[in-house]
Design a protein around this ligand. Structure first.
Ligand SMILES: Cc1cc2nc3c(=O)[nH]c(=O)nc-3n(C[C@H](O)[C@H](O)[C@H](O)COP(=O)(O)OP(=O)(O)OC[C@H]3O[C@@H](n4cnc5c(N)ncnc54)[C@H](O)[C@@H]3O)c2cc1C
Length: 448
């Protein structure tokens, strides 16, 4: 359809007009338009062009892939090699929506695809896959080269502000070019791959939610996820910079355990951060929004149960009875934690170890297994690795990523209401949904 210089527009039932387009308009006519040049958009555009569709990729920033360049602390944790069921479980209840996309294009497909475009990968602890060069920029550069070689027309500094429709069918995109000026491109299909609302300086600032709502989609409210947490008193601040490895952390919402995980965390001037804190943050944010009491409990000695821990404390006290409590703690805790421990447990640091009572030992034991922080808030979108919420999965066909409401419209990536844990899951979701949307949109457009 877009290769002929005419568009048929229905006026009302049974009556049609044929619009003859100028040569200029023909240039603006595509089979697939992809909005957003992030992980999902680059993949979608390349796939659509390779399928033979005349494809336009619109990116509002000066270059595509800004967010991908900062992923994995600049190393880009591309995906994870864990098996499908475990992968899907990392997305919580909405993970099921991704089953079909992963069925078509999963981690091994991504690794093979990247190899073909010149990005070798390595797999690290926890099944996490990175580019062998450990440079996220290499992934973006290789994908950009692939996209252009596949025939995609790329327009940078092009911000889409509206999705024009004709009788509810999407017919293209509108770009704003200053206060009163706007420009339209026409297409049979449009893929919204504008990302979430986190790290807005990268270009992902929630535009896709507004575009989706304009054409009648329901957007689940966006919330920061994989985000550091703020805590009530100055304890975290006193421990600022301290990272703890191999601690077990429990999240309690209104006193009930919501989540637990063992791993690494750290203290900051405002509260808690680090991998396991980020992982439980989505549940903490939701608990706060519902005005529940949210508490993070840290087990500093997860390898020792209460009995073994008590035996260890008794042994230390008996062996070093004349030493001060402070000195005893040096064998148990990082130095920075010691003054916090003496304050919170209420045992004076200069007390000789052999004068510590059974009651005091019990308090110490309880604190070591249950070091608590009341969560009062979370850091903003600007510091959230991902956005929870987005275009409702109920309104998207998981087999194609096509809108169930607006013919010709597709979604891919973080703009959809899906969010996963750290470990490479989110980029894989963006690549897989982008792959599916790109192929499905091209197929629809080529079928005419
Ligand atoms: C600091 C950080 C580290 C991360 N590390 C990892 C990691 O190691 N592994 C992992 O799996 N995930 C990681 N993530 C998450 C991952 O980056 C995202 O989930 C992924 O990039 C989402 O891809 P996307 O294509 O949907 O969106 P994005 O990559 O955000 O791309 C969206 C694009 O759309 C463009 N755009 C937006 N609105 C418009 C508009 N109106 N018109 C035109 N263009 C528009 C934006 O400029 C942007 O380029 C990280 C995120 C952050 C912030």
């Amino acid at each position: 359809m877009p290769h002929v210089n005419a568009r048929v527009c229905s006026l009302n039932r049974g009556r049609y007009i044929v619009l003859f387009l100028s040569v200029e308009k023909l240039k603006d006519n595509y089979q697939v338009i992809v909005i957003g040049g992030g992980a999902a958009g680059l993949m979608a555009a390349g796939q659509a062009a390779l399928s033979g569709a005349r494809t336009l990729l619109l990116e509002k920033m000066p270059q595509p892939g800004r967010k991908v360049r900062i992923t994995g602390k600049g190393r880009c944790n591309l995906t994870n090699v864990c098996e499908l069921a475990a992968f899907i479980a990392r997305f919580g209840p909405n993970g099921r929506f991704l089953r079909q996309a992963f069925g078509k294009f999963f981690s091994h497909d991504l690794v093979a695809f990247l190899g073909e475009i010149g990005v070798e990968t390595i797999t690290e602890r926890g099944g996490r896959v990175f580019p062998a060069t450990e440079l996220a920029g290499d992934v973006v550069d290789a994908m950009l080269k692939w996209v252009t070689e596949s025939g995609v027309h790329l327009h940078e500094r092009s911000k889409v502000t509206r999705l024009p429709t004709d009788e509810n069918r999407v017919v293209g995109v509108e770009l704003s070019q200053g206060k009163s000026d706007s420009r339209q491109f026409y297409a049979d299909t449009v893929i919204v791959a504008t990302g979430g609302a986190s790290y807005p300086a990268t270009g992902s600032s929630g535009d896709g939610y507004r575009l989706a709502e304009q054409v009648g989609h329901h957007v689940i409210e966006a919330r920061p996820a994989l985000v550091p947490l703020e805590t009530s008193d100055n304890t975290a601040e006193r421990l600022q910079g301290l990272a703890l490895k191999n601690v077990a952390v429990r999240l309690l919402v209104n006193g009930r355990k919501q989540y637990d995980e063992t791993g690494e965390m750290m203290f900051t001037h405002f509260g808690l951060s680090g991998p396991i804190i980020l992982t439980l943050s989505r549940r903490a944010v939701d608990g706060l929004r519902e005005n529940h009491t949210v508490v993070v409990s840290i087990d500093l000695k997860p390898a020792l149960d209460e009995r073994k821990l008590d035996a260890r404390l008794l042994r230390d006290i008996q062996t070093h009875g004349r030493r001060q409590f402070l000195s005893l703690l040096k064998g148990l805790l990082p130095v920075k934690l010691i003054p916090v421990c003496t304050d919170l447990v209420g045992i004076s640091g200069d007390k000789p170890a052999n004068q510590i009572s059974a009651e005091e030992r019990k308090r110490l034991r309880a604190w070591l297994k249950d070091f608590r922080f009341t969560v009062t808030g979370h850091r903003p979108f600007a510091e959230a690795i991902i956005t929870a919420g987005g275009v409702s999965t109920k309104e998207i066909d998981p087999r194609t990523m096509a809108s169930r409401l607006v013919p010709g419209l597709y979604f891919a990536g973080e703009v959809i209401d899906i969010d996963g844990d750290t470990g490479g899951y989110n980029l894989q979701a963006a690549f897989s949904t982008g792959w599916l949307a790109g192929n499905a949109a091209a197929k629809q457009a080529l079928a005419g």
